[in-house]
Design a protein. Structure first.
Length: 390
């Protein structure tokens, strides 16, 4: 490693007669010059995250913890007796650079001038709280991906700017800021398009956008923690159409793959209601009460009836229904009432259509068992008013 050379991305360095810092990187290239006694006396601070291991950076077989440790040991062997290593419990995207830089400069007794404020970040700083909110700047404005910029402040804020999104702060001491941080900052979610904002029932959210147009909202409530919503996806569109935080509530998970489609959970604290929104290419995005009897039977049946093709819906007589379609095109209706429980009916079958044409729930009531073939070889379906179809 060459003196004062740093590792991979998001590196911070300083150098003077007093010392150097290494954050999240390094290699074991041979030294370019032989160190003299003055160099060996310099204070070298190495910050290598415990979780900055293989898989956190590119190339995928690279480990900055491993390579940085080799570099640190090489410096010790070369006679740099004033080298020190710290291994905070972070991965490659969680280093607290402003704090590390400040601590290292303080250790070396370096007097440093104040940092400049300029442009849109300066305007945002003074328009939204200035020193009382953000503290003093701890860096100058620094460039980021997609022609954006950021500037860090003492109260654990960074104000970000990019053309098209404007200047907005992210507070890394909060749950939303921490989620942004552990997912790779602007590399994952893009730049903030709003400040962190209060939402219904004591929650909060902040919206972000990438240069490629992908948009995310990070929502937080004390009941759910902080989770992202992918605004461009079908589940995100459904979330918005149903009223956002006043509708489904707060994301209780991120969007994840599910049986060839996708699924995301939401929680509405005002109703103590947990909803799951399911999506597949053939059925679109629809929601179920995740704690309800219909969802419970669907799960108990091993999801064999496919994905929902409509939201769970209230029916007459205080019941509920939901409809599903499998990959073969077969459709099944699930019907629930307090007196009959939940039962499944072939919603493309003759018995179902006879029921529909003869008053449906108001005419015959609710099914009292799943539609089934009985010992006589015929399909049977019985209803709560006493009707028996076969």
């Amino acid at each position: 490693m060459k003196p004062f050379e740093l590792g991979a991305d998001r590196q911070t360095s300083w150098r003077n007669a007093g010392g150097s810092i290494m954050v999240g990187g390094g290699n074991t290239n041979v030294m370019q010059t032989a160190p003299n006694d003055t160099a060996k006396r310099m204070s070298y601070q190495w910050y290598l995250g415990q979780y900055d291991v293989v898989g956190n950076t590119n190339p995928p077989d690279w480990s900055t913890l491993r390579e940085g440790t080799r570099g640190y040991n090489m410096y010790l062997e070369a006679g740099y007796w004033n080298s020190h290593r710290e291994t905070p419990p972070v991965n490659h995207y969680q280093y607290d650079f402003p704090s590390i830089l400040t601590q290292s400069l303080d250790r070396a007794g370096v007097k440093r001038p104040g940092f400049a404020l300029k442009g849109a970040i300066r305007e945002k700083y003074f328009a939204s709280g200035a020193e009382g909110k953000y503290g003093n700047p701890t860096t100058n404005e620094f460039p980021l991906v997609d022609n954006g910029a950021g500037q860090a402040f003492a109260n654990n804020y960074t104000i970000y700017w990019r053309e098209g999104t404007g200047a907005h702060p992210v507070w890394f001491s909060g749950a939303i800021g921490n989620l942004y941080k552990v997912n790779g900052y602007e590399n994952k979610f893009g730049y903030p398009t709003t400040d962190e904002t209060s939402a219904a029932n004591g929650g909060a959210y902040q919206s972000f956008k990438r240069a490629d147009g992908r948009a995310y909202t990070l929502g937080w409530h004390q009941s759910t923690g902080a989770n992202p919503i992918f605004e461009n996806g079908a589940i995100g569109v459904k979330f918005n159409a149903q009223g956002r935080f006043n509708g489904p509530g707060y994301p209780a998970s991120g969007e994840g793959s599910f049986r060839g489609g996708a699924r995301q959970f939401f929680y509405q604290p005002a109703k103590d209601l947990r909803t799951a929104v399911y999506w597949s290419e053939g059925t679109g995005a629809h929601s179920l009460n995740d704690r309800g009897a219909i969802s419970a039977l669907w799960v108990a049946n091993g999801y064999k009836h496919g994905f929902p093709i409509a939201d769970k819906t209230a029916t007459t007589r205080g019941g509920a229904s939901a409809f599903f379609r499998d990959t073969n095109g077969a459709e099944t209706g699930y019907f629930w009432s307090e007196g009959t429980g939940t039962h499944a009916v072939n919603s493309k079958g003759a018995l179902y259509w006879y029921w529909k044409q003869h008053g449906f729930i108001d005419g015959m009531g609710f099914p009292t068992h799943d539609e089934r073939v009985e010992s006589d070889g015929k399909v049977h379906l019985r209803f709560s008013d006493g009707t028996h179809l076969t």
